[in-house]
Write a protein that binds this ligand. Structure first.
Ligand code: URA
Length: 227
């Protein structure tokens, strides 16, 4: 999967490897297109995006059915993204606090955002087989992001997926296996993993993850990348 980051992003969007995910992402797009008449409803795999020179990588779960699966950019157009991009802006990683569409002018600095699974899964739950089938995309993506040092893992799925993807790149998981926790740091080969509760509504509406907590994680991620 050699090539440039831009080629990688294009290739990801053509993947049809997981029949259940292909069917779901396209079904949602068909059913919802009418409600978004003025937009092109994406309905395809979603590539990562951000600053190719990023030192900080954010690893999410998967596109939301009516968020990234609609807009084509990860975390864009859903409540989790609203929460995340506001924090990225407050901490200096994003040039604007909102992200609503592919062409909204958002630019990230020193940060790249990706997802462990590239297609919106039913009930937001990819199967282990779907996760593993998707991993090579992120393995290749990380190869194309040579400055990344810190990986902020959003939720347990992001944490576990990141350990798996590093293992697939030949970086063994330390023993005992580092356990996910908010604010937990684990050194895995040349990378520092930093756990963060996922900015899902389940966490943000209940106060499990507050704006201050997310800001603190992002500031810490930059400090870790600074060494
Ligand atoms: O991980 C996630 C969650 C919500 N929206 C996304 O785009 N990714």
């Amino acid at each position: 999967m050699a090539g440039t980051l831009a080629e990688h992003q294009r290739r990801v969007t053509r993947c049809r490897a997981c029949p259940r995910l292909v069917a779901w992402r396209e079904q949602v797009a068909r059913e919802r297109r009418a409600a978004y008449r003025d937009e092109v409803y994406w309905g395809r795999p979603v590539p990562g995006f951000g600053d190719p020179a990023a030192r900080v990588l954010l690893a999410g779960l998967a596109p939301a059915a009516h968020g990234a699966n609609r807009t084509g950019r990860i975390f864009t157009g859903d409540r989790s993204g609203d929460f995340l991009f506001a924090a990225l802006h407050r901490t200096g990683f994003a040039n604007q606090p909102t992200s609503v569409a592919l062409d909204d002018g958002l630019a990230l600095e020193d940060c790249w955002i990706t997802a462990i699974v590239r297609c919106a899964p039913p009930a937001n739950k990819p199967t282990p087989t779907e996760r593993d089938t998707c991993l090579p995309w992120t393995v290749a993506e990380l190869d194309l992001l040579p400055r990344v040092r810190t990986i902020v893992c959003l939720g347990g799925f992001g944490w576990d997926g990141t350990l798996r993807l590093l293992a697939a790149r030949g970086i063994p998981t330390p023993r005992p296996r580092p356990r996910f926790g908010h604010g937990v740091v684990a050194d895995v080969g040349p990378y520092r993993l930093l756990g963060c509760f996922h900015p899902s509504q389940q966490n943000t509406f209940t106060g499990r993850l507050t704006p201050a907590m997310l800001d603190a994680v992002l500031v810490r991620a930059r400090e870790l990348a600074d060494g």
